[in-house]
Design a protein around this ligand. Sequence first.
Ligand code: PEP
Ligand code: MG
Length: 576
Amino acid sequence: MKTMLKGIAASDGVACGRVYRLDEPDLHVSQQTITDLDYELNRFRQALEATVSEIETIKTRVNKNLGADRAQVFIAQMAMLKDRDLIGNIEHQMQDRHVNAEFAVSLVSATVEDELAALADNPYLQERLTNWRAVAKRLTAHLLGVTLPDLALVSEPVIVVTHDLIASEAVAANPQQVLGFITDAGGRTSHSSILARSLNIPAVVGTQAATHELTNGELVVVNGTQGNVMVGPTTEEVATARQTMAQRVKNQRKLEKLKHFETVSRDGVGVTLAANMGTVADLPRVVASGAEAIGLFRTEFLYLDAQHLPTEDEQFEIYRRVLEKMRPRPVVIRTLDVGGDKNLPYRTSQSEANPFMGARAIRQSLAHQQVFRSQLRALIRASAFGQLKIMFPMIATLDELRQAKAIYDDERAKLTAKRVPMGEIAVGMMVEVPAAALLADRFANEVDFMSIGTNDLIGYTLAADRTNQNVAYLYQPYHPAILRLIDRVISAGHAAGIPVAMCGEMAGDPIALPLLLGMGLDEFSMAPGTILKTRQLIRQLDAHELASLAETTVNSAGTSQEVITMVQAAVPNVLK
Ligand code: PEP
Ligand code: MG
């Protein structure tokens, strides 16, 4: 190989393929005075034609690969490029001001932004604004003679390289097209990494240098298990990588026999193994995964994958589909958790210096009650079709929990008055803010279940941003402080007689598993691809023996490394 890039192992597996750079080129435009207006108008019209034909190609491919629903947006975008008012306006700017075409596009864009941004509550206009931004960008790229990447434009599967994959891009990725991800930035629990894991796409993030080192078309081997990338591998290295990929498929097949087995430890302690789910596209994988429940449905991905805020009815249909498909198994649906590294592309939000500690999750829901109420109504209506559990994210105070529950009760009462059919619904909360973990005994009296969100709990406890590769060394799941918080939440839940789950990535971590089982965690919710491996491990472990390991570790360990050593010494045969 030419070189090796090191990064963070974000999604297991090995993939070999050619690089496709997804980062945007510089689209900065400057004003120029035009003397030959005909030439400039002609240049503009050619760019317009090229843009229309490119969007047409994207639309056809998206239609074929992802379905007509996903292609709709491109029809709207093409209509904009044929809108005589908009296009005529750009031409007028060029004629009246004698400015270059790209600058005229930027002038019209500024006007469109001003007009539509003022009407932020109108979903139709917000969708129009999002579409206009996409169209204007593509048109500008053609005028500047640069290429705006789009996965729909590649004709064979590729390894995507980008500075930082944003959640809305990852959510739109198609595993048939994307063999692997490599990024400069991000962490193992960035939402794009979580999505890569749920799609079973190998990923290495936080390499710091991928976009400097890698060029379009270059051959690479991504090792998402070890967290490295071979650049320019030799024929033998490619062959070895292919063997590893084949072996992985074989191992996964072997695990299939555990699909219908119970999840019980060697000494007969039963726990629930549940799947985390992002988009509805995950549903077949979840159903096939051997999961006994859905422990976390991150509904924000429905919102991220759309062009506008999904309506109550659109949501109802999706929740109903998931509940029906899983029935009689329970489904935990979490209310919207936007903010942090998940911003809705079509909703103008204030930029925050510290978004993970800003207006995120339940804070946004309580501030924008219309959106929250419509989601709750969709959920309550869908509850007639399966076993629904509603969960509120990022609760930090009892006041927040009480407010959220009061709004839920209010919507439920209104639907009851209208005789809308509904089922029994459990209402719970995520414990992912240290304040809630420390006060878990008080929270436990006011909810039907708690689910520990270690992805955020670790970040907030160690003050290490989960998406920042520079502090990835501090983002330590086995830190004794984290174990103490988890232990405390489980004990508090059990003292109040409610079940405690974990839906952060730590639930599927083999080193954490013996400790969590020993602490008495009731439900482990994880990426569908990890379920059978975890079931296999649990069936080899003795929960009673592990209770004392957990107690000793929680009470005496001082560092993450001590914890790892203690676990490995206690169950050497299981964690080979
Ligand atoms: C968590 O924080 O652990 C969690 C499950 O939620 P998310 O990863 O979506 O923030
Ligand atoms: Mg979280």
